[in-house]
Design a protein around this ligand. Sequence first.
Ligand SMILES: Nc1ncnc2c1ncn2[C@@H]1O[C@H](COP(=O)(O)OP(=O)(O)O)[C@@H](O)[C@H]1O
Ligand SMILES: Cc1ncc(COP(=O)(O)OP(=O)(O)O)c(N)n1
Length: 270
Amino acid sequence: MKDVHCALTIAGTDPSGGAGIQADLKTFQELKSYGMSVLTSIVSQNTTGVKDVHHLPETFLKSQLEAVSEDMPIHALKTGMVASKPMMNVISQWLETVDCPYVMDPVMVAQSGDPLMNKEDQRYLQEYLIPKTSLVTPNLPETEVLVGGKVETKEEMKEAAKVIVEELRAGAALVKGGHLNGRAVDMLYDGKNYYEYDSERIDSSNTHGTGCTYSAAITAYLSQGHSLPEAVEEAKYFVTEAIRHSFDLGKGNGPTNHFALREEVLNRWL
Ligand SMILES: Nc1ncnc2c1ncn2[C@@H]1O[C@H](COP(=O)(O)OP(=O)(O)O)[C@@H](O)[C@H]1O
Ligand SMILES: Cc1ncc(COP(=O)(O)OP(=O)(O)O)c(N)n1
């Protein structure tokens, strides 16, 4: 039988389909990993912003995690929105029972720039979850929260990635430069080497869910056995094409196109 690569996302929802669990599952499917999902919070949101949030009880989070892991193989996993200390606690303990790469998208700051987590929860995330990661993927506002200072240049992105690995004890750090001007440059530090991922900046405001999509693509490639630098390289291509072919949908920042790669291939034939 053909090998099946199984990827799990632990995250909140986006009923408009561009971010959160929905983006993660679409990405897993496109990249041919078998997608599984555990919900943390049900979020009423769309391309214009968040309207309301319902956090699931942590006992129910635990029950979902156990239901998946007692029955299914997990070859790589990611976390997105994890909004409370009790949820982090449940995930931290459950992580002791699984053995696979863990990618954390530290969803801390909304696209509007508003903080999504209070300071105490941020400290808890740093203390209990970051040391269990294989990779953390903060955008620049999240990086600034993690390192406690401004990060505005490529050199500062490198320094910040080093701090996240050496002081916060992440397995590796990918500092994403989507919020800078100029080319879209991301910096990976794995504790030994730096890797730079560079793409043109696409002139589009349809970037809702780019962070979720990127970290889900990295998780999918890791579930298939790629090395971390390779997984990031392939995922960077996937997210760049998803932005290039993004949808002008909704009244705010539209969603990226999770089937952009498929469309490129189809266009070549049509
Ligand atoms: N306009 C753009 N053109 C090309 N790549 C982009 C653009 N905006 C963001 N990216 C890339 O998308 C990925 C997600 O980055 P970012 O927007 O920083 O994260 P987040 O969605 O978590 O805020 C990164 O690889 C970043 O470089
Ligand atoms: C449920 C949920 N999780 C995460 C996000 C943030 O998504 P992200 O990919 O970082 O995208 P943008 O900030 O670029 O929208 C979300 N909106 N909902």
